[in-house]
Ligand binder design. Structure first.
Ligand code: FE
Length: 155
């Protein structure tokens, strides 16, 4: 199954792009300002690029100037997992997908009020689901409702 979070390392390597694999499975960090969603202000839900778990809303995205997509909060605290990360001579809080364990980025306490958090996330770890609501048919406004279309892209 495509979105099964219980994959072996070889299955992840085959399922993900090299950059997605490096970030999500090897805790890599993409170069600042290189990611697809850094300057993307589309409306939608950011999902885990590995397993599709909903992670962040465009409504909580803000311009941090850091070079990575930045959010004030996840869509739900249960959607992410946090771990202490003491690599690279720093003490940071790592953010992981709670469903598949993929590395997403880090959370810092220098974000905007009122929450004061900056969830600094790699574009490569994300997909973006844009929901396109169907336009009403002017000739038949009471007609059957068309399905909302969802477009998903990846960072
Ligand atoms: Fe995931």
């Amino acid at each position: 199954m495509k979105d099964d979070p219980r994959k072996t390392d070889g299955e992840w390597r085959a399922a993900l792009s090299p950059e997605q694999y490096r970030v999500l499975r090897q805790k890599g960090t993409e170069a600042p300002f290189s990611g697809r969603y850094c300057a993307d202000h589309s409306e939608g839900t950011f999902v885990c690029a590995a397993c599709g778990n909903a992670l962040f809303s465009s409504a909580d995205k803000f311009e941090s100037g850091s070079g990575w997509p930045s959010f004030t909060q996840p869509v739900g605290r249960e959607n992410v997992a946090l771990e202490s990360d003491v690599t690279h001579g720093m003490v940071r809080t790592e953010v992981l997908c709670s469903r598949c364990g993929g590395h997403l980025g880090h959370v810092f306490d220098d974000g905007p009020a009122p929450r004061g958090q900056r969830w600094c996330i790699n574009s490569a770890a994300l997909g973006l689901e844009r929901v396109q609501l169907p336009a009403a048919d002017p000739a038949d406004p009471s007609g059957p409702e068309a399905e909302a279309a969802t477009e998903r892209t990846f960072g």
